[in-house]
Structures are given as structure tokens and as C-alpha cells.
Design a protein around this ligand. Structure first.
Ligand code: FAD
Length: 455
């Protein structure tokens, strides 16, 4: 497809001259073995927020963060930059699973989003933060009912097209307070700098290879020597790690994204789009899209690809068939931008779990905490997860750790070939549901087992 010709394979956000040089790897052998109060493993949002919150909550605490690759190299530097208040992957999922505490979860999510905004101000982190909210649009007649035409705030086709103009829109609803758009890589780099200013030590290119109980704490093996820590946090997303119990609860699902060249004044005028508003369509296979601070459109989602055997590998990064589908759907959504080119195409791995939002836990007799399973909505929720893990490690109950949502774990995925067969059947059924508006037997069975998802 012409629009994709000349695009580079790599995330827009990391293609930035502001990207910091990698910090040196840990050299624990030379340092005669390292000791710390808290070892954080993983330099994505979950790990960065944990490190920063640890020293904000307890100044002077010795914190070491190790990252196997580079800060923000994976999901954190590849996402859409929708920073949402929801801790439950949307209201329907939260209400369905935890009806009795949903109001508290909603309130905690909004507070978390406010506190992210305050953190940016306090530490002077520039990341294009724009809190215009999220617009959900219906593009198929059967999706309109889901936007609740009888409830105030419903936008008919004309009203929604006044916010962002696409001839495909039939209706919409704007959640004006519950989301901000950010440049996720600049946010991550800013969090790393802020943490370091408060005394956190960060080592990149340093992979955790083993973790076990030792004395009153844990001992971690890395390629360059061992680290003794009183407590540890695993913020390693869906990458294989030392804890088998959490590994079965997540599967890696690839999500794909495109970014256009910067829009001209005329092209922007043809859309009439407030850059603080992110858009998502209502299907199960949905697109999410937004303007970037440098006036591009980021366009992602739709295809979610699982590779047999939970495979994560560089050869999955490029998927021409998916990028072509994305480009075609973009052209249908914004015909007024005919001729525009995509400059970047990339993918990232999502840690999908069966409850569609993060789960939390302790291992090594309460000395190691973990959080994973954000299922594509972790930009904001990772900060909440950081506080949950620090609460759990403290051993003191808090309003967060008392939540059933925090105490419960999702059902694990089955081994292969069942995982692959089940995920393919779900994917095909969800695509059919998008076309017809009807849930088939397979989806109804999943709904009954509490595994159904209707985005
Ligand atoms: C394409 C895409 C689009 C998305 N869009 C959105 C969105 O718009 N809004 C939203 O809220 N969420 C979105 N998400 C999800 C969101 O990006 C993540 O949930 C969030 O960034 C939290 O990431 P994380 O820190 O848990 O994981 P990661 O960013 O993957 O960080 C984990 C880190 O751990 C490191 N690591 C793993 N194993 C080891 C080891 N053994 N030793 C040392 N280091 C290790 C990895 O190298 C990695 O850097 C999207 C995700 C993807 C992939």
C-alpha cells in the first residue's frame, strides 16, 4: 500500500533526539556485591512508578532499578499514550466483576490520574500531557445502543462530528475527565530522572536471571553479579521471569500501531480535532487514535495477534497484513486526508490476562511483590499498581490492599495447544460479533465463566 511505503519499523515515541543515552549496566562483581532496601526489576511504567513512589513515600530508602534492555523499550515506549483513570479496563468490566466496590475503584482511579498530573507538575516532567478525555464512537448501527442514547451526554452523528470529523461516525460519548493524552516515552524518561534525583539508582542492560529467598530478604542473580535486597518488585510485564504462578496468568498478545507524517494546517482544519481528545471505536476489534504533540495521527489497535507457545520474538514485530488493514481502515475513517503517508509502523506486546486488568501478589514469603496483566491499559493503572505493591510489601493493610479486586487473582490460561485454540476461537467470535452484533455460543460460554469481554 502506497501510504505505508517508506515507513520505518520502530516506535514513533522512541525516535526522538531527546532519548537519553543508556545508563551503565550494573557491575555488581566489581562493586563487591550490591545491597539495597528495594530491588525493582523492569524499567517500564510499572517499575519506574514503583521506584519513584518508594522514595516519595519513604525518603532515604535505598532503591535499585534494573532493566534488561533500555528504559521504555517495550510496551511503555510503544503504546498509544492514552493515560486513563480506569483501573478495571473500563466501567462495564469493573462493574461486572466487583459491583460492590466499583464506586471505590472509580474514585481511586480518578485520584490516581489527578496524582499523575500533580507528579508531572512537581517534578517538571514535560510529556505533552493534555487532559481532554476520551471519545468513544459508534461506526456500526448495532454499536449505537451501547453508547446509551437515553442517558445525558449522548452525542448524535452531527455532535460527534463536531468534535472530530469522520463520515463513519454514527454516534459518540465523551468521557471528558477520565483520560489524558501523553507522550509515553517522555513520561517514562521524566519519571526515571525524577527517581534518580530522589536517590534511586538505575542500571540498564542488566537482566534478572534468578531470584530466591535468602536471610531476611532475597538475593537476585544478574549477568554481572548478585544483588541482596530486603524486598523486591517484579515489574517485568509478560516476559518470562522467576515466578511460575504469575506466568500462567498472562499471555503475550501483539498490538500494532501506525503514525502519519505531521499534518498541515489545512489537514488539521479538515478534522476540527481537539488534540487533548483521544478516540476509540466501539468494536471488540477496536481502533484507538489521537493527535500527537507534533501534529501526527497515531492509529493503532484492531488486530491482536497471539503466537503459538506464548512466543515473543523480534520476527513478530513486522506484520505487513496487519499494517495494511490498519492503513485501509484509516483511509476509510478520514477520507479527507487522502494521500497522507505513514512514517512509522511498530508493534508491542500486551500482557493479557483473563480478567482484563492488572492483578497483584506476593511471593518469597512476602518479600517479593508483582503486578501484571494490564491487558493494554497500563499507562495510568501502573502507578496504582506501584502503590499496591509497596503496600503489600509493607505488610500493613491499606484501602487498596483491602479491595477484592486486589486480593483476587485471575484464572490462568491453559497449556498449549488449548491456549492457542481458545484464543483463536475467541478472536474469530469477537470479529463476528463486531459484524453482526450477536454473541455466539463460544462467547456466551465465556461470559458465563466470567471470561467474556465486551470492550
Ligand atoms: C502497542 C501498545 C499500545 C498500548 N496502548 C496503551 C494505551 O494507549 N493506554 C494504556 O493505558 N496502555 C496501553 N498499553 C499498555 C501499556 O503500555 C502498559 O500496560 C504499560 O506501559 C505498563 O508497562 P509495564 O511497565 O508493565 O511493562 P513494560 O513497559 O513492558 O516494561 C517491563 C520491562 O521489564 C523488562 N524486563 C523483563 N524481564 C526482565 C528481566 N528478567 N530483567 C530485567 N528487566 C526485565 C523489560 O525489558 C521491560 O522494559 C499499550 C501497550 C502496547 C504494547
Amino acid at each position: 500500500m502506497d501510504a505505508l511505503a517508506g515507513s520505518v519499523l520502530g516506535p514513533l515515541w522512541l525516535d526522538n533526539p531527546e532519548r537519553p543515552a543508556p545508563r551503565p549496566a550494573l557491575d555488581a562483581d566489581r562493586d563487591g556485591g550490591v545491597e539495597t532496601d528495594l530491588l525493582v526489576v523492569g524499567g517500564g511504567f510499572t517499575g519506574l512508578w514503583t521506584a519513584l513512589r518508594a522514595v516519595e513515600r519513604e525518603p532515604g530508602r535505598r532503591v535499585l532499578l534494573i532493566e534488561g534492555d533500555r528504559i521504555a523499550e517495550h510496551a511503555t515506549g510503544r503504546n498509544g499514550g492514552f493515560c486513563e483513570a480506569s483501573l478495571t479496563h473500563g466501567e462495564p468490566n469493573g462493574l461486572e466483576r466487583w459491583p460492590e466496590e466499583y464506586d471505590a475503584l472509580d474514585e481511586l482511579g480518578l485520584r490516581n490520574l489527578d496524582e499523575i498530573e500533580q507528579t508531572l507538575e512537581r517534578h517538571g516532567i514535560g510529556c505533552g500531557w493534555a487532559r481532554g478525555g476520551q471519545l468513544t464512537v459508534a461506526t456500526r448501527p448495532h454499536e449505537v445502543a451501547g453508547l446509551e442514547p437515553e442517558v445525558p451526554g449522548f452525542l448524535d452523528a452531527q455532535a460527534v462530528r463536531a468534535l472530530v470529523d469522520s463520515p463513519t461516525y454514527l454516534a459518540g460519548r465523551l468521557d471528558a475527565h477520565g483520560a489524558a493524552m501523553v507522550d509515553p516515552a517522555r513520561l517514562a524518561w521524566g519519571l526515571a530522572d525524577a527517581a534518580e534525583r530522589l536517590g534511586v539508582r538505575i542500571a540498564e542492560g542488566t537482566r534478572l536471571e534468578s531470584l530466591r529467598k535468602s536471610g531476611g530478604g532475597v538475593v537476585a542473580g544478574t549477568g554481572s553479579g548478585s544483588v541482596r535486597a530486603r524486598r523486591a518488585v517484579l515489574a517485568t510485564n509478560v516476559f518470562p521471569g522467576p515466578l511460575r504462578r504469575s506466568a500462567w496468568r498472562v499471555v503475550p498478545v501483539y498490538d500494532y500501531v501506525l503514525a502519519t507524517e505531521p499534518l498541515t494546517d489545512d489537514q488539521l482544519a479538515a478534522l476540527g480535532w481537539d488534540p487533548g481528545i483521544g478516540v476509540a471505536d466501539s468494536g471488540n476489534q477496536f481502533h484507538y487514535y489521537r493527535l500527537t504533540p507534533d501534529r501526527r495521527i497515531l492509529w493503532g489497535g484492531y488486530d491482536a495477534i497471539y503466537h503459538y507457545g506464548r512466543s515473543i520474538a523480534p520476527e513478530h514485530d513486522d506484520r505487513p497484513a496487519t499494517f495494511e488493514v490498519l492503513a485501509r481502515n484509516f483511509a476509510a475513517t478520514f477520507p479527507q486526508l487522502e494521500g497522507i503517508r505513514f512514517t512509522h509502523r511498530w508493534s508491542g506486546v500486551i500482557d493479557t490476562c483473563t480478567r482484563f486488568c492488572a492483578f497483584y501478589g506476593l511471593a518469597h514469603a512476602g518479600r517479593t511483590a508483582y503486578a501484571a496483566g494490564f491487558t493494554g491499559l497500563g499507562v495510568g493503572a501502573s502507578r496504582f499498581a506501584a502503590d499496591v505493591m509497596l503496600d503489600l510489601l509493607s505488610g500493613e493493610p491499606t484501602e487498596r490492599t483491602r479491595l477484592r479486586m486486589v486480593r483476587e487473582q485471575p484464572l490462568p490460561f491453559p497449556p498449549e495447544p488449548l491456549a492457542w485454540l481458545g484464543i483463536q476461537a475467541t478472536r474469530r467470535s469477537l470479529a463476528r460479533h463486531d459484524r453482526t452484533g450477536r454473541r455466539n455460543l463460544w462467547l456466551r460460554a465465556l461470559d458465563r465463566a466470567g471470561l467474556g469481554f465486551d470492550s
